[in-house]
Design a protein around this ligand. Structure first.
Ligand code: SF4
Length: 323
């Protein structure tokens, strides 16, 4: 069931996920489209999330934005970073001044993550929550998987020390799985939908921002799923639901994003993940398991949660016949 309406206010509004936003020309949503989008959200009882641009909006826009409950996503370079609920850092900046109560998305490629692990893990004690998004996860090699394992181990040791010291930092890659009892994926196209400046709906911002000529073998990537004028029209909506994802519905890497845009890009199917996405998510799952056990050596921790069970695979595709 739809729960969230994401409104991409401008073509240049930051990415906060795996996709790259290469748009440099401003294209602000019209005030009428914005108002209609908000009305749509109200009628459908959706929680609204605005993705703000890196420039000041005209006053009349800000009044309209504030006319309804919402959350704000802005890049660290946006004039709205100080009032955003989620601040996005595009790339690593060791001099960035984090807010101890802030929630951040750090978008980095694997190379930066691997090379700057010891700097990045220090952020865990400088903010309330850090979401690390690896922007080239589909390019992981077997050697990268090994490196990622040791990166997660370094983050785990830092988290364990902080938890033992009475702090409760959150890192999406490790602490989410410890807290979850069921899937908590992105669910674009199922739980959320995006309204773009052109007045059309898209499964997520990535499907709007795809270059006009991008084609992964299925025709154009930039495909809308309806508009404010004609209504929402998602073809085969069941394909975006967990119940119709044969691998994911049996999986317990609950923290996995299950990114349908990455799925489409890598396997041509929105409900079929790539090997890389699954292995990365399982390395995180297994590291979360080890972290939970390590923290529990120091005392009672999350007593209501069962241990995360040991499994023998990293890609559910390998055990699909057993399910
Ligand atoms: S790890 Fe793979 S199978 Fe499991 S939820 Fe993520 S994408 Fe789906």
């Amino acid at each position: 069931m739809l729960q969230y309406l994401i409104i991409q206010l401008d073509d240049t509004s930051t990415s906060y996920c795996h996709y790259y936003n290469g748009k440099r020309n401003r294209n602000l949503i019209s005030i009428d489209t914005l108002k209609s989008g908000i009305m749509f959200g109200m009628k459908e009882n959706l929680m609204i999330q605005y993705i703000l641009p890196d420039y000041e909006l005209p006053d009349e826009y800000y009044e309209v934005l504030e006319s309804i409950d919402h959350s704000k996503i802005a890049s660290s370079g946006s004039p709205y970073a100080s009032v955003a609920d989620v601040v996005v850092l595009n790339g690593w900046n060791k001099d960035y001044a984090f807010d101890i109560e802030g929630v951040y998305v750090l978008r980095v490629d694997k190379r930066t993550l691997f090379e700057k692990t010891s700097e990045i893990l220090k952020v865990l004690k400088e903010c309330a929550r850090l979401n690390i998004v690896i922007t080239d996860v589909e390019k992981f090699s077997d050697a990268d998987f090994e490196t990622y394992k040791s990166v997660l181990d370094s983050f785990s040791k830092e988290l364990e020390a902080l938890y033992v010291a009475g702090k409760t930092p959150q890192l999406n890659l490790l602490t989410d799985r410890m807290m979850l009892d069921g899937m908590n994926n992105c669910n674009a196209g199922s739980d959320s939908i995006t309204l773009a400046p052109d007045g059309r709906f898209y499964v997520c911002p990535a499907f709007y921002l795809a270059p006009d000529d991008e084609d992964y073998g299925l025709g154009k990537s930039k495909v809308s799923v309806g508009s404010l004028a004609s209504g929402l029209d998602i073809k085969n909506p069941q394909l975006y639901r967990l119940s119709h994802a044969p691998l994911c519905r049996n999986c317990d890497a609950y923290q996995c994003k299950r990114c349908v845009w990455l799925n489409r890009k890598t396997t041509y199917e929105v409900n079929t993940p790539s090997h890389e996405q699954c292995v990365v998510a399982h390395l995180e799952r297994n590291a979360s398991r080890a972290l939970l056990m390590d923290i529990r050596k120091h005392g009672t921790f999350l007593p209501e949660k069962e241990d995360i069970k040991e499994i023998s695979y990293l890609d559910p595709f390998d055990v699909r016949k057993e399910w």
